[in-house]
Design a protein around this ligand. Structure first.
Ligand code: PLP
Length: 345
């Protein structure tokens, strides 16, 4: 494998900084299954405050946040409404079916977002033939939608329809803090319309492990039982929770640098003959572009990799690049240099 100089394959590739490692090393710990780990408790309080919910639960991954939330909100045979690109549909190993027994109704819409009319049209009438519509699901930012930010008015509109029809609402906030930094709208305002919401510490925030799910006290009580059941309850987890605390204190504002780098990358790519990209669609740290030259995506990704730049092939002619803590402005220039030689014609 060639040496990777600039890794834009995902914002999950970051390694904890020296300062974060030191902070984790010094964390006070206890048995978290017994609620005796002070560092986990502090992180949960920070996330509950950040998202304006009564309580929060530290979990090993964002995937477990999603799957546990699904199981608390839904009974087997119920239906959830999500955009067709939503993470649980594609990247959770069939978890909604296997773990929650949930039917997923996939909604259409541009850049990973549907609208209130789509929700209203998809909610089932009350009858015994059809699955029971139970949950409305929003992903902020939308990953496969190219890091697009759901406008708050759209969130309010779709969750209003859901609530009026007696459905619950869930926010997959794997990259919520990217939306917060890009718009200046608080995490609390974005999360307020939802019954449950979570953030990931291992994407742009740059921690090595963990995510935290927030909701009402009753919701978190049920979530705790499922955390135990699914093997997500840990012991001296303060060691890893400390990475999340450090990230919330020191790695949020700097997400603006990632957004700037993504815009710079997009602007440079858009000038290349082999690239079809509208740079104004880049809201945060994800750049998705199409190829219009002779290369398909796997060949282009291989060519970039030979030059030390890693991006991901998302489709036959579609590539995804993600900026993060371990890529600086110089790295973006080197990535563009490689892109010019691979995609310039
Ligand atoms: C990464 C991601 C997840 C899953 O988070 P993990 O911590 O990797 O399990 C869920 N939803 C979205 C939108 C993601 O990008």
């Amino acid at each position: 494998m060639p040496v990777i100089d600039v890794d834009l394959s995902s914002d999950t590739v970051t390694r904890p900084t020296r300062e974060m490692r030191q902070f984790m090393c010094d964390a006070e710990v206890g048995d978290e299954q017994k609620l005796e780990d002070p560092t986990v408790t502090l992180l949960q309080e920070m996330v509950a405050d950040l998202l304006g919910k009564e309580a929060a639960l530290f979990l090993p991954s964002g995937t477990m946040c999603n799957e546990i939330a699904l199981r608390v909100h839904c009974r087997p045979g119920d239906e959830m409404l999500a955009h067709r690109t939503a993470h649980p549909i594609h990247f959770e190993g069939g978890g909604p079916a296997a773990l929650a027994g949930v039917n997923v109704r996939a909604l259409d819409g541009e850049r990973g977002q549907y609208d209130a009319d789509a929700v209203a049209a998809a909610i089932r009438p009350e009858n015994r033939y059809m699955p029971r519509s139970r949950l409305v699901w929003v992903e902020q930012t939308s990953n496969l939608g190219g890091g697009s930010i759901w406008p708050l008015e759209r969130i309010v509109a779709v969750t209003d329809v859901a609530r009026r029809q007696g459905l619950s609402t869930h926010l997959d906030g794997a990259r919520l803090m990217n939306a917060v930094v890009a718009t200046g709208i608080t995490a609390l305002d974005y999360a307020a319309p939802f019954d449950s919401a979570w953030i990931d510490f291992t994407k742009g925030l740059g921690a090595p492990v963990g995510a935290a799910l927030a909701g009402s006290r009753d919701f978190i009580k049920d979530a705790w039982r499922l955390k135990q059941q699914m093997g997500g309850a840990m012991r001296q987890a303060g060691i890893i929770a400390a990475g999340g605390i450090f990230a919330l204190r020191h790695h949020v504002k700097r997400l603006a640098d990632d957004h700037q780098n993504a815009r710079r990358l997009a602007a440079g790519l858009a000038t290349l003959a082999g690239v079809a990209l509208d740079p104004t669609t880049v809201d945060t740290n994800i750049v998705i572009f199409d190829l219009r030259g002779r290369l398909d995506a796997p060949a282009a990704v291989a060519g970039l990799l030979e030059r030390g730049v890693r991006m991901g092939a998302m489709g036959p002619r579609t590539i995804r690049a993600v900026t993060h803590l371990d890529v600086d402005a110089d790295g973006i220039e080197r990535a563009l240099e490689a892109a010019r030689s691979v995609l310039g014609s």
